[in-house]
Design a protein around this ligand. Structure first.
Ligand SMILES: Nc1nc2c(c(=O)[nH]1)N[C@H]1C(S)=C(S)[C@@H](COP(=O)(O)O)O[C@H]1N2
Ligand SMILES: [Mo]
Length: 196
């Protein structure tokens, strides 16, 4: 199992970012409740500035090579949860299969509940950006984004789309749900980039 809880060192900060407090609970934060999904109709797509558009059914996605990591999780509302065990497929694994165009610079993630969030491509091409389908050895609970969510331990957790069903590679930046509503576009917890 890979331990990536040292990611804070890269950003010159303590393990607990400034202004955060540690919690052992795992609160649920969703803009509008937990959407339904069914393994028969679920589909995940990769589109935009790529050589090959990709589309996966649930069984195809769960056949992809997965890895398990221990990660920290920082919510912009002020809580952090340490040592979460997440298993899933890395962002670079998906990007490699799609073949990212040379002029792609940004990424938009889209979700079943209408949520979206954006990141620069460089912030996504990291092994700890995972498409997670297991938490603590069990299927990811639906409240926490199951069947599939993104986690971004180097950024506030709103950069990790729960119920993710689409990734679009972009040549120009666009803003996601919270980024259009006053939250930071960059979201580095060690700089307390909370609001725009
Ligand atoms: N699809 C979707 N993803 C989402 C959200 C959401 O409302 N919808 N909330 C974000 C926010 S603000 C946070 S802090 C985390 C919360 O994840 P959790 O509910 O598993 O703690 O999910 C992020 N991803
Ligand atoms: Mo959040």
């Amino acid at each position: 199992m890979k331990d990536v809880t040292d990611v804070h060192e890269e950003f010159g900060g303590e393990r607990l970012p400034p202004g955060q407090r540690e919690t052992e609970r795992f609160p649920v934060l969703s803009k509008s409740g937990t959407p339904d999904w069914s393994p028969e109709t679920w589909e995940f797509s990769v589109t935009g500035a790529v050589e090959n558009d990709l589309s996966f059914t649930w069984s195809e996605f769960t056949d992809l090579p997965a890895e398990t990591q221990v990660q920290d999780f920082h919510c912009v509302t002020g809580w952090s949860r340490f040592d979460n065990e997440f298993a899933g497929v890395t962002f670079p694994e998906i990007a490699e299969r799609a073949g990212v165009d040379d002029d792609a610079r940004h990424v938009m993630f889209r979700s079943l509940d209408g949520y979206s969030t954006n990141l620069p491509l460089d912030d996504c091409m990291r092994e700890e950006v995972l498409f997670v389908h297991e938490f603590d050895g069990d299927p990811l609970p639906t409240d926490h984004g199951g069947p599939l969510r993104v986690v971004t331990p180097h950024r506030y957790a709103y950069k990790g789309a729960k119920w993710v069903t689409g990734v679009e590679f972009l040549t120009e930046p666009e803003r996601g749900y919270w980024e259009m509503r006053g939250y930071s576009n960059t979201a580095n917890p060690w700089n307390e980039e909370r609001y725009n």
